[in-house]
Ligand binder design. Sequence first.
Ligand SMILES: [Zn+2]
Ligand SMILES: [Zn+2]
Length: 885
Amino acid sequence: MSPAELPVEDMLPQYDPAAVEPRWAVEWIERGYFQAHLPSEREPYCIVIPPPNVTGRLHIGHALQHSLQDVLVRRARMKGYETLWLPGMDHAGIATQVVVERELRKEGIDRRDIGRDAFVERVWQWKEQYGGEIVDQIKRMGNSLDWSRERFTMDEGLSRAVREAFVRWYDEGLIYRGERLVNWCPTDQTGLSDSEVEHEDVDGELVTFRYLLSDGSGSVAVATTRVETMLGDTGVAVHPGDERYAQLVGKTVTHPFDGRRIPIVADGAIDPEFGTGAVKVTPAHDPIDFDIAQRTGLPLINILNADATVNQNAAEEFYGLGRYDARIAVREALEKLDLLVEETRPYVHTVGHCYRCHSEIEPWIAGLQWFVAVDALRGPAKDATLDGRITFWPGRWQKAFVGWLDNLRDWNISRQLWWGHRIPAWYCPDGHVTVAREDPDACGTCGSPTLEQDPDVLDTWFSSQLWPYSTLGWPDDTEDLRFFHPNTALVTGYEILYLWVARMIMSGISLTGDIPFRNAVIHGLVRDAHGRKMSKSLGNVIDPMEMVDRFGADAVRFSLVRSASGGQQDIPLSVESIEGARNFANKIWNAARLVFRAYPGGEPQLPPAERLTVSDGWLISRLEACRADVEASLDLYQFSEAAQEVFRFSWSEFCDWGLEMQKGRLDAEGADRQDAANVVAWVLERTLRLLHPVMPFVTEEIWQRFGIGPSISISAWPEGRQDDRDADAEASFALVQDIVSSVRQFRSRHGISPSVKFEALAAVPAWGRPSVESLAERIQRLAGVTPFAIVDPDAVKPAGWIALTLAEGFVHLPPGLFDMKAESTRLLKQRDEIAALLARSTAKLANQGFLAKAADDVVASEREKQVKLTQQHDEIAAQLAELGG
Ligand SMILES: [Zn+2]
Ligand SMILES: [Zn+2]
């Protein structure tokens, strides 16, 4: 039986996501609903998924990101756009290589034993066999991706795009090969881009030591946090205007361990205020010193091997020491020579760490590396964000982004790995470089047939920067590319704003001549309910698939979307909130059961206006308000607000009030029953469509019962119906709600069970009287008041009765519902106690001595206390007034 034929009677009281979700997840894809078809007369809407690593399993961050994208994409599809959400995966250079190396090591194999080709072959095998587990998980979450267009950053087309980009930039002089300092990870033994380095404070040391002037006329003191690098010092630098050192510029100092003469130079970048005003210059091991050396002509001495041990360029006594041992040994040697001036320990300073293995990064000359020159690329990227072609959501990211572009340095794209896009550059024995789209047979300069390809691969981000257009067919002029580029939106976390988003914009403008996407939607990180990062060591990791098994994908999606507020950086999530979302799905399900008990199916039609009750008018008006809010929020990428709004309407207005008000009519017979059923069915069907992008499964499963189309996922998004807004109905019904709520609150205050019925008189203003009269039967039932009568607003309260105050009017209740005398005594006593406390607090806050002496937070908490006591006092006074006291 296909889902469309399911009878209404099978709706069990407990909604069971496990029985519904896997079925629809497959069915939607099989029916081809998510596939884009070109040519198309419709407007394009395109999002490409930020490609997860092929090694990955779905974590909660993915679940969030995909849910947000699916909300946008499902709504766009329902709105009639030609919609494409394109899936794919990233080959993830280091991450994947590390996984496969680990596998091999279990077999006792080192990758170097089997060689490059065999190793890469193993990685492909691994990818086919184990990679892409995440694809099934993405599908299970209900994401509406077009799997017929799935891509991989190393598939044939994307590999061609990578070569095209490299060659084009090389020809334009934007890619160059140079010997520059790179961020070197001694553990992974590869260079890293600036964005792959995590800067953290460490407890280090600051050592000040002296260099003796070669002419014996004195010494210069310099300070460093890495004293071992002095083995590679090639200069001492001072500010040209620093009078203390004016006579020393041009002189030399003598290196204490190898006797080298080191010049003292002047450089405008030196801060005379910092330390002694003189700095040691180690160009091969510090990026700032590298720049000084470029300006002043100081030579480079590389004193470290790739594994960060001291090499033979250093004085002999330090050969072979690890960098940390060398730090100790150099300091001790300086001390022996009486050159040590001062030590500060601990000295907290910032050190870069490898984002993968957390080793300290070594600025290092790693032979010739390839770089992307960013000077010509950043300007157009900046312009595109400033002139509004690309909009950041939330907008505050724009400023950070532009500031970051201003400080961008050339991008090192060489990686000393085997897994990835091999750099398309070949070298002949004479050292000529040939860069080509196709593997060349001969040197482009001298024609030598002996060529060796660069052994390195490209930074993973080199291929992912092309993702928004390479996935659509670039560099070919494809129909997909013409139609779907620029993409509508790019949704991603702020942590890769620079690593990825910036590079897509720079490369996109440079290579395609157009921006890659119109909107950059930036979200925060998912954290635990206490705002802490989820981590294995804290034991607070929420596994989305485990949550899907327990509560359903709808629940996971809803709780994530509801928490993803645009203004706030991080997104708190708890198991309880997912459980709450499951309960919400169940609530909707049960509302639908109630509707379908009276509604036979088919396209719901509202009865003519004159047959609508006040509560009908109110409910229809509130639904339109909800729709407008959801629409406005999603237009501004305010996901949380949209989810919150549809939740609030569905639960509080539709279920708690709308359906409750209809129960009597739905249980009756005849035309009025039909009208009531039509109204709630119409509201339900429309609400389902508003909720569908966030909770696709439960909405689909219910919507099928209407039997009005193949799938809600291709139904139309609710259009605006301004005329549905009805201020009179909203005001009149608010009065009815007020009556019911005030009686319910009265019951809970005095512990009176809902089963105890009592009489009530509603003294309401004349304008509200007809509505209250028309709904008197429901008021009696919901408030448990009987008999119930409506009286004039200025009618005198019968003697001894209690008055509940409404926003406009009163509800009068008879005496004897509880022991009023005891209650009144209790309240009076309580009021006196609170009054005493309040007087004390007020006196304290009036005392200048207290205000002057007490800490700010003590004063603040006293003020809070005063406010709270005042509120309590007022509440008790109101209750006493109610008792007529
Ligand atoms: Zn590392
Ligand atoms: Zn050559």
